[in-house]
Design a protein around this ligand. Structure first.
Ligand code: F6P
Length: 369
């Protein structure tokens, strides 16, 4: 058993996701119930790297009182960032160029100086890669899998995904009636980065007629053919769900902004492109709805809330049991622990033999292939 824990810190990194506050609350309460003190780090690790930005201090005490009533709220009370990865921090050199710098040493030094015994790092692939590096450098760390994209390996699901899918499904439900009234094609672009989970789950749940995901390169002519088939059967409207990372067979993925040091590229724009192509090919009126960051906002569903609470408390139990370098994961029916090493830098896309995909095909949904 590792040394007894007295003080832990918690941080949230990457894009926010519904359920973050529920994890923070679960960590704080279950730590307090063990007599541990809990500290929150502002904005990923910025609270440590830039303490001067925070009048109350970049790292502050999280008491039960501070987390009271936040379990159902979207966002994160700690703040988050998907810029300035401490492993690849952009530092301006005297000649004006930017240098990729490793600042994790400053984080380790902070933990030692403040006598913080362990870290609970809540985040997606980027944050868990940082967590793994900190663990390898000697920090006690447990990760919690967060992302609306559901693209983390070794866990059945991440928290945040169910809320994003529920919202996207509700949007699709609403779009059916207006699309049908106007005999239009509605193209709905959803987030998900290089994985098609949100598009696939929401598209099937919301009865879309075509679903385009990064794992299956699409041919827009096939999607247009699907729309024409529907028209010829008297179903004069169609709903096409497209994941932001979807790629045409002849062409490239749409990028809004290229990657920079410490910051991934921004995807987006494929919806507009497909809408233009479908309009040209079918002669129909086509409209685009980009759900974007709406998928990240709002309250977590009960599934995500419960997952968040199970993950947060399991992270604290894991630390108590002496675990480090692990991520809590959902392995139905229980939560378990997997090595961060097995998760960091690996993406979980929709597998070709996934039954959900087959479900869509059996229902006659076009995947553009
Ligand atoms: O990873 C979550 C996510 O919402 C992706 O689906 C999306 O590509 C990205 O973050 C958007 O990031 P930003 O908040 O920087 O626009």
């Amino acid at each position: 058993m590792a040394d007894r824990i007295r003080r832990i810190a918690v941080c949230t990194g990457g894009g926010d996701a519904p359920g973050l506050n529920a994890v923070i609350r679960a960590v704080v309460i279950s730590a307090a119930n063990r007599g541990w003190e809990c500290y929150g780090i502002h904005d990923g690790f910025n609270g440590i790297l830039f303490p001067e930005r925070y009048p109350e201090g970049g790292v502050y005490r999280l008491t039960r009182e501070r987390v009271r009533g936040i379990g159902h709220l979207g966002g994160t009370i700690l703040g988050t960032t998907n810029k300035g990865n401490p492993l690849h921090f952009p530092m301006k050199m005297p000649d004006g160029t930017m240098k990729d710098t490793d600042r994790t040493g400053e984080i380790l030094e902070f933990f030692a100086r403040k006598e913080l015994d362990a870290l609970v790092s809540i985040g997606g692939d980027g944050s868990l890669t940082i967590a793994n590096a900190l663990h390898q450098k000697g920090l006690r760390v447990v990760g919690v899998p967060k992302t609306i994209d559901n693209d983390l390996d070794k866990t059945f699901t991440t928290f945040g995904f169910d809320s994003a899918v529920a919202f996207a499904t509700e949007c699709l439900d609403r779009l059916h009636s207006t699309a049908e009234s106007h005999q239009r094609v509605m193209v709905v672009e959803v987030m998900g980065r290089y994985a098609g989970w949100i598009a696939l789950h929401a598209g099937i749940s919301g009865s879309a007629h075509a679903i385009l995901i990064p794992e299956i390169s699409f041919d827009v002519d096939k999607v247009a053919a699907k729309i024409r088939d529907r028209d010829s059967e008297g179903r004069m409207y169609s709903i096409v769900v497209v994941a932001e990372g979807a790629e045409p067979i002849h062409g490239h993925r749409e990028i809004l902004a290229p990657a920079e040091i410490g910051h991934a590229e921004r995807l987006g724009g494929v919806g507009e492109r497909i809408a233009r192509a479908l309009g040209e090919r079918t002669g129909k009126d086509v409209r685009v709805v980009v759900l974007g960051h709406l998928l990240r906002g709002g309250s977590p569903t009960s599934f995500d809330r419960l997952a968040a609470m199970r993950f947060g408390t399991a992270a604290v139990r894991g630390l108590e049991e002496g675990r480090s370098g692990v991520m809590v994961a959902l392995a139905f029916p229980n939560v378990n622990y997997v090595a961060l090493e097995e998760v960091a830098g690996r993406m979980k896309g929709v597998p070709a033999d996934c039954d959900t995909l087959q479900t869509g095909r059996d229902l006659g949904i076009s995947f553009g292939d």
